[in-house]
Design a binder for this molecule. Structure first.
Ligand code: CMX
Length: 135
């Protein structure tokens, strides 16, 4: 798979506006984008830290994966997203080693990236995303 870097770290939050304030006022980061990803039922806020972003995720529906996560585990780190050259090749490589895929093909995520998730049950408890810039 050979990721080039960590594209972002996704953090599940209960209140986006309250947490944006923490990241800006205490950590001194700048929120440069707030975006709703309707099919994932989340509202997201992004901050850059070097080559990596922090993505805050607030559920927009009780059916959202983020709402279920917070209900079970509370707020905190939700997933790690690796930048790869080709999401499809990364998925094929993972599947060939028996890793369970949540997405069998790339789909559109926040910021127009092509993304896919690997199931945390086969990645040692860490929900793992692979993503690429659209060509
Ligand atoms: N990290 C680690 N483990 C997680 C997890 C996470 N983020 N989310 C769920 N799990 C665990 C659960 O705790 C559960 O473990 P146990 O069986 O030991 O209790 C197991 O995975 C299965 O969970 P579940 O409740 O039965 O299944 P869910 O319906 O919650 O689905 C998952 C879990 C990962 C398949 C689902 O959340 C998913 O498809 N995620 C990918 C999409 C996503 O997360 N979207 C939101 C972000 C979108 C964005 O970044 O834009």
């Amino acid at each position: 798979m050979k990721p080039t870097h960590i594209e972002h770290i996704g953090i599940a939050v209960e209140n986006l506006d309250e947490q944006i304030k923490y990241y800006e006022d205490i950590l001194g980061l700048k929120c440069y984008n707030i975006e709703e990803v309707a099919d994932q039922k989340v509202r997201t806020a992004f901050f850059k830290v070097g080559d990596t972003k922090i993505e805050l995720l607030e559920a927009t529906s009780p059916e959202s994966a983020v709402a279920k996560f917070i209900e079970k585990k509370g707020q905190g780190v939700h997933h790690i997203a690796y930048a790869v050259d080709s999401v499809q090749r990364a998925l094929d490589a993972a599947a060939s080693h028996g890793v369970q895929l949540i997405d069998k093909a790339p789909r559109k995520g926040a910021e127009g990236l092509n993304i896919a998730f690997l199931h945390p049950k086969s990645t040692f408890g860490v929900l793992t995303e692979v993503c690429e810039q659209p060509k």
